[in-house]
Design a binder for this molecule. Structure first.
Ligand code: SF4
Length: 941
């Protein structure tokens, strides 16, 4: 396989230098944001002035939460464009293409502007306009009845793009339901489990800008998590001399900018990483002092080597012996990567030492059975090099994310929802959301009220036709509202389609671990802010938004108030104003309280500027809470915290609490230190939790053979590994469908086939291929390229949108018009009637559409593959690739949902269900979204 030779970097460094060090002098100075003058570009060469009011907000098109600046034309009152907010600590005025494309979404002529209610059978596409009052009253009654009848597992909120930190958690806990469902198990649960086992925090926060060597199992320079802020800092690191290695079977844009591109067989990445670890261990180039102090080696020795002395030297000998099998030659054979290159990269990592930064988020961790061990193997390299918590290394995400507390926090719910957290998956990092259709089909539950919120499971999840079958079944889901800024395939099967605000039409607070700092970013409804600044009184954001587009924050306040109008259910009090006793909280009061009380340093900074904290955030859009956060684990516990504590036999500092005991630190070399959020308060190389929860073979970082291991392929007969997990840099899952600029840039998802394989199969670029999975097939065009490992094919999951009616269902910028036929006995066929084509609308650009094929919806053909440990859907597929048959048409999808249910059952058999120790459903130390009361963790049959 081709691996990129280490380049001199010289020719690219000059360009990079120019791009990254140029002063961002063209940003309007902050003191002129109220009245900013620019020449109108379209009037050139005439110099026509346009005056703008600039209002900061936060991008809503991915979770990075970059700052945006809305330019509101003072004459028309319209938002003219959105650019970067230079005051934002993470994005620093820069955005990816998706940020400025928010303007397309605002002005999309296909936009849903009013709440819609279905008037025919579900899924038949007959809608009428309704009122928000009707929507709120209908859901309030349904939810109130469920609460009174104590059916607190029948109200479910299912989120795709959260875009806020904790708002909905508070709402659901105020209702007392266990109803939070997320998309995370089709996204990142695999990596999260790997990281959580090591450090008790489920994400890494790499300090790329200060790194000496960066290893990515992701495409962070174009699409990875928090990618724009991260990409900026990776380039800064490179500018300062860091080298970059990328492990990816596909030549991503990131790999093309790397010093090393390693292209292993998909699913063998953990073996590759463990071989690097083995080189570092066998060559004694690890950081002995860090490992001695911070890795839980004593626990390992006592549990797994009880006959040996519990000494650090004996541990090192054991480590050498355990990983001796992962020689570079073994890895070369297993992974298909040159052994010398593995040694070279391992030595680079060791040389970088505490300045080694790494990241895996989706990629191999979300593609493979056992993918969570990929993250564990990667972080092993950080543990060995002592690069955890250091400048230029990686920190636990919780150090670099700041979540501000609201004015009232309800008590945790006392109920456990088994349709979201089934017993088979006690260690799943998030809800088993993608199994919901199968669990409902198995009769394990029933939903009274279901909200899909900025989420499109029919299209985004695997096995979308099983979703269609369940969504249209009113005996399984009584009432379904799709809260969405845009039409979607899922909204089509809802009872209500409720238009929600875009990034410039709503409030939220966000914070992400983008670098060694903590910050918050404020999303705000631009038109409302300006009108209030002019002295207008506005009760609800929808009054200032287009049509009747609401913001969710106000929707949940109104709904909660109507669920419990008298306060008898204990819900209402959480929605009463902290400033006006007994009155309903307004959205301005909600955020005012947070900024006045929950963000350290903000009131003082605001005071200096002569503003209230709320007005400061309205004017600046973001605030840096803390900078340069390193080595938190080494911080000494203050005497005040040590009062009343004791040190247990494992050197942990234990504090008695009302509910039992809490570990608050660890004794290291005679000092009481904070440590990590694990049971041992150290980095857990050895996981006792895995033994206790019936996975004794997984106590250590290890290699798990994937469900798509290359040795199992019948390569002679057209078997390939399909990598379907990668994004296109300019698209968002569902919500770029209404962004014309983004579709103009990217509008097709061909099948990447190596040129050697293309020759073997008789393909040239543009030919149609039929790709068959366990439950069906899809028909796609081939792209013959050197940029993919032979034996592997790849297809981006970002395209293939469809609609069932010409002018409704999914935006016409992005979707094909299709027939969806039920062929009987669980078999479905989706066939394109016509692709994307120009259409008439208020936007003349809609008649200039030149792209014709909107892509292929491959996810429909994937059965669910829930990893038995992490719960992550294992996306990679073993497929048969062949020439399309005479009747096949581009975009065809044929699937069998009965077959997919059988695959679900097969994977279910791999699980080792709860209860675990103490009759628990899940380890108490594992985090859980919207965590219930400890009492709910116990199985009470
Ligand atoms: S990376 Fe792009 S899409 Fe994501 S928040 Fe930043 S500007 Fe928006």
């Amino acid at each position: 396989m081709p691996e990129k030779k280490e380049t001199s970097n010289e020719q690219s460094s000059e360009v990079v230098h120019r791009l990254t060090t140029a002063k961002l002098s063209s940003y309007p100075p902050h003191d002129r944001w109220d009245d900013w003058v620019e020449f109108d570009a379209k009037s050139w060469p005439k110099k026509v002035e346009r005056r703008y009011s600039l209002v900061p907000t936060t991008c809503f098109n991915c979770e990075a939460a970059c700052g945006l600046l809305a330019y509101v034309d003072q004459d028309t009152g319209e938002i003219q464009k959105l650019e970067g907010n230079p005051l934002h600590p993470a994005s620093r005025g820069r955005n990816c293409a998706k940020g400025p494309a928010t303007i397309n979404q605002i002005h999309d002529p296909e936009r849903i502007l009013f709440p819609l209610k279905r008037i025919g059978p579900r899924g038949e596409g007959q809608w009428e306009r309704t009122t928000w009052d009707e929507v709120l009253d209908t859901f309030a009654l349904k939810i109130r009845t469920a609460l009174i009848e104590n059916r607190r597992d029948e109200v479910v909120y299912h989120v795709g793009r959260p875009g806020h930190d904790g708002y909905i958690d508070r709402v659901l806990q105020a209702w007392g339901v266990d109803g939070h469902n997320s998309h995370t198990n089709i996204c990142s649960s695999g990596a999260r489990v790997g990281y959580a086992l090591w450090q008790g925090a489920d994400r890494p926060s790499p300090d790329y800008a200060n790194a000496g060597f960066i290893l990515l199992l992701s495409s962070h320079l174009e699409t990875g998590h928090y990618f724009n802020p991260h990409a900026q800092r990776i380039i800064e690191g490179k500018m300062a001399g860091a080298k970059l290695a990328v492990i990816d079977p596909r030549l991503s844009n990131t790999a093309s900018a790397a010093n090393y591109w390693l292209s292993p067989w998909p699913g063998t990445e953990a073996a590759l990483l463990l071989a690097m670890a083995s080189v570092i261990i066998q060559e004694d180039s690890f950081d002995r002092e860090f490992v001695r102090r911070w890795v839980n080696w004593e626990e390992f020795m006592q549990a797994e080597r009880p006959a040996l002395p519990c000494s650090f030297e004996a541990f090192i000998e054991a480590l050498k012996e355990i990983y001796s099998e992962f020689t570079p030659e073994y890895a070369a054979n297993e992974c298909g990567v040159d052994a010398e290159k593995i040694v070279e990269v391992a030595r680079e990592i060791a040389r970088a030492g505490s300045r080694f930064a790494s990241h895996v988020w989706r990629s191999a961790a979300s593609g493979n059975l056992g993918g969570w061990q990929v993250a564990r193997a990667l972080y092993f390299l950080n543990a060995l090099t002592g690069s955890i918590g250091t400048e230029g290394g990686v920190s636990p995400n919780v150090w670099n994310k700041f979540v501000a507390a609201p004015f009232s926090k309800p008590a945790p719910q006392k109920v456990w929802n088994e349709t979201l957290w089934p017993r088979e998956y006690p260690l799943a990092h998030h809800e088993m959301s993608f199994l919901l259709p199968h669990l409902l089909k198995d009769g394990r539950g029933h939903l009274a009220a279901y909200f899909t919120r900025v989420y499109n499971p029919v299209w985004t999840n695997p096995d979308g036709m099983s979703w269609v079958e369940v969504l249209r079944d009113e005996s399984k889901i009584e009432l379904h509202a799709a809260l969405t800024p845009v039409w979607s395939e899922t909204a089509w099967f809802a009872d209500y389609v409720l238009p929600m605000g875009l990034g410039a039409e709503r409030h939220d607070i966000m914070s992400q671990e983008t670098h060694s700092a903590q910050w918050i970013s404020f999303r705000q409804p631009v038109q409302r802010v300006l009108r209030e600044r002019r002295g207008e009184h506005i009760d609800f954001t929808y009054e200032a938004n287009p049509g009747e587009v609401w913001e969710e924050d106000e929707f949940w306040i109104e709904l909660s108030w109507r669920i419990d109008p008298t306060g008898e259910l204990g819900v209402r009090r959480h929605f009463e104003s902290p400033y006006r006793a007994g009155k309903k909280v307004t959205i301005n009061e909600y955020y005012r309280w947070i900024f006045e009380n929950s963000v350290p340093g903000l009131p003082e900074k605001a005071k200096k500027a002569g503003l209230s904290p709320l007005e400061f955030m309205r004017r600046n859009g973001a605030f840096a809470v803390k900078t340069n956060i390193y080595e938190q684990h080494e911080s000494k516990l203050p005497d005040t915290e040590l009062e009343g504590t004791r040190v247990d036999e494992k050197a942990r500092i234990v504090k008695p609490t009302a509910d039992g005991e809490q570990m608050i630190g660890v004794m290291i070399d005679g000092q009481s230190l904070r440590g990590f959020n694990t049971p041992s308060r150290k980095l857990e190389f050895y996981s006792k939790t895995m033994v206790e929860w019936k996975w004794p073979e997984h106590t250590l970082p290890a290699y798990v053979r994937s469900h798509v291991n290359w040795r199992d392929l019948d390569q002679a007969n057209g078997d390939y590994i399909l990598v379907p997990t990668f994004r296109l840099p300019t698209l968002i899952h569902t919500r770029s469908g209404n962004a014309k600029w983004l579709y103009e840039i990217s509008h097709t998802n061909p099948l990447w086939v190596n040129t050697k394989d293309a020759a073997k199969l008789g393909f040239k670029t543009g030919d149609l291929a039929r790709v068959s999975t366990e439950i069906g097939y899809f028909v796609v065009r081939v792209w013959a390229t050197e940029g993919i490992r032979p034996g592997v094919v790849a297809c981006s999951h970002h395209l293939g949108r469809w609609r069932l009616k010409n002018d409704q269902g999914t935006d016409r910028w992005a979707s094909a018009l299709v027939d969806l036929d039920e062929l009987g006995d669980g078999r479905w066929r989706l066939r394109q009637i016509e692709g994307v084509k120009p259409f008439k609308s208020d936007d003349p650009d809609s008649e200039r559409i030149f792209w014709q094929e909107g892509g292929v919806h491959q996810n429909l053909t994937f059965p669910v593959h829930p990893d038995p440990v992490s719960g992550m859907h294992c996306w990679h597929q073993r497929v048969r690739v062949e020439r399309a048959q005479p009747d096949d048409k581009y975009g065809d999808v044929v699937v069998d949902t009965k077959a997919s249910h059988e695959v679900y059952r097969k994977w279910l058999e791999m699980t080792r269900p709860a209860p675990g120790p103490g009759g628990l459903r899940r380890p108490l130390w594992f985090s859980r979204p919207v965590r219930p009361d400890d009492e709910a963790y116990r199985v009470n049959d």
